[in-house]
Ligand binder design. Structure first.
Ligand code: GLN
Length: 307
């Protein structure tokens, strides 16, 4: 772990010393306030040990990374029936795109684009009030991370509720096709709050390590998902986790990964470790620019690869 710590410090120094393009997400007003210079990397291995560098104890908005936890929870509830309502193919379109929905009769391409994650939130809402569904997602994340201090930032959730017109459009459109069982504002209430979960890089790598460990949390020994389900979630992260940048991410990094517009990425090295990176400035596809570069440097040095 000492070698890894040295590597993380080197990667951080290298990346932070150069100017990079990239822009903080400003379509969610609350996220526009974030300092683009923040930077953290954290790695948790299969013994449950964590090393990190940078702003590793500063919480950030995990945004779409939450879609991984939402998916794991929804599969636990309805199993393969989920795939009647959501596809499993990369979209090749932006995360908030609406175009494919018309051609494909309101069935989103995959659970990691916004439309797909909104359907997943709708599944989690079944039989519950929004508050209960939100609490269930938060509880799942806390169990995975072994950390009860993880919270939702209500200001971020409100900010999205007030400005998330595209997400309302997606939800209403899917409702028109009969692929949303609850009023859009209720399902989106769940979705916006799950996206507004805040975590530090350390908490995020700790929360994700079960996916590197065949579904089991190495610290608590708890089975979070079955081995087969972990494999499938990783496969979806590899093919769909970075939207229309998924191919490029696979080419550069070669690991299952899920990004969020808060600038975080969770990457999984099956059988080795989980990696969380945070750098808020994004590339054109809405994925963390330096976060991706950091992962490229880490896999080059460690030889970690899914292949
Ligand atoms: N909450 C964000 C949205 O719905 C999530 C997008 C993302 O992180 N890519 O627009």
């Amino acid at each position: 772990m000492a070698d890894l710590k040295r590597l993380l410090d080197t990667v951080r120094n290298e990346l932070q010393s150069v100017d990079h393009p990239g822009k903080v997400a400003d379509y969610i007003p609350e996220l526009a306030k974030i300092d683009p210079k923040k930077f953290a990397i954290s790695i948790t291995n299969l013994k449950g040990e964590t090393v990190s560098t940078g702003d590793d104890v500063k919480p950030f908005s995990i945004q779409s990374i939450s879609k991984v936890f939402g998916l794991a929870l929804a599969l636990g509830k309805v199993g393969d029936a989920l795939w009647k309502r959501v596809g499993r193919e990369p979209s090749g379109s932006a995360f908030n795109s609406i175009v494919q929905l018309e051609h494909e009769q309101g069935i989103p391409r995959n659970p990691f684009i916004n439309s797909g994650a909104i359907v997943v939130a709708d599944v989690l809402l079944a039989g519950h009030r929004p508050r209960e569904a939100i609490a269930e997602i938060l509880r799942f994340v806390r169990i995975a991370a072994n950390d009860d201090t993880i919270m939702i930032d209500p200001a971020v959730a409100r900010s999205e509720q007030a400005t998330g017109f595209r997400n309302f459009a997606l939800a209403n459109y899917m409702r028109a096709f009969g692929n949303l069982n609850h009023p859009s504002e209720l399902t989106l209430g769940v979705y916006f709050h799950q996206c507004a979960i805040e975590m530090t890089a350390r908490q995020l790598s700790e929360a994700g390590v079960f996916l590197a460990n065949g579904g089991r949390d190495p610290r608590s020994g708890l089975t979070i998902v079955s081995r087969e389900r972990a494999r499938r979630i990783n496969a979806l992260m590899l093919t769909c986790g970075h939207y229309d940048g998924s191919g490029d991410f696979a080419y550069r990094v070669g690991l299952p990964g899920k990004s969020g517009v808060g600038g975080g990425i969770l990457a999984i090295v099956p059988g080795e470790a989980s990696i969380a990176v945070w750098s808020p400035a994004l590339n054109a596809q809405g994925n963390s620019l330096l976060g991706t570069r950091a992962l490229e440097l880490i896999v080059r040095e460690t030889g970690w690869s899914a292949f």
